[in-house]
Write a protein that binds this ligand. Sequence first.
Ligand code: HEM
Length: 179
Amino acid sequence: MKGIVFTEFLDLVELKFGLEMVDKIIQQSTLESNGVYTAVGTYRFHEMLQLLTNLSVNTGISIDDLLLVYGEHFFYVIETSYSGLLASYKDPIEMLSSIESHIHVEVRKIYPDAELPTFLVQEKTANSLIMIYKSSRSMHYFGLGLMNRTFAHFKSTATIELEKINEDGTEVRFIIHKN
Ligand code: HEM
């Protein structure tokens, strides 16, 4: 997992819960990196899972809810650092249906070792989209946060339903209706 995902996560934890919480979750985890991350480095996903799990235990907020808020926050990172990629889109449905065929293809050019999910488009109309998310990392709530902000970016809103295909969330159907 890319370092930017860790640095932005810890920044958000500091903002919402304070620096003590950042120190606490790092201390509660067994981290090869010792909790020191650089944006361009690459670290084991297992480290993120431990940080998330400990934050969830300490705050009583579920991992899914933490990932949702983190996904919404991460969209601002995308708007700031990858605005060029967003500029080629005028519509949220067009953008989301192009994650697999364009957006993450470009991400892989920047970070060849990025661990990305797959998003298979199952059905698409001008105002609706059904996609299947697949990833061993089960970060579908992070995806939901990114999708919510994608609609906000285009000054629009949507109703997005998640249907787990696998109990462990490694395969999830996203049913998206633009309002
Ligand atoms: C310009 C737009 C985007 C950029 C630059 C971008 C970039 C990235 C990066 C850098 C990662 C981390 C890879 C790693 O840690 O190795 C990632 C992961 C991810 N991205 Fe994107 N992304 C974009 C748009 C989106 C959108 C719109 C979605 C909507 C669902 C999305 C869904 C995800 C998910 C769910 C992951 C977590 C990894 C996983 O589930 O396996 N991305 N993306």
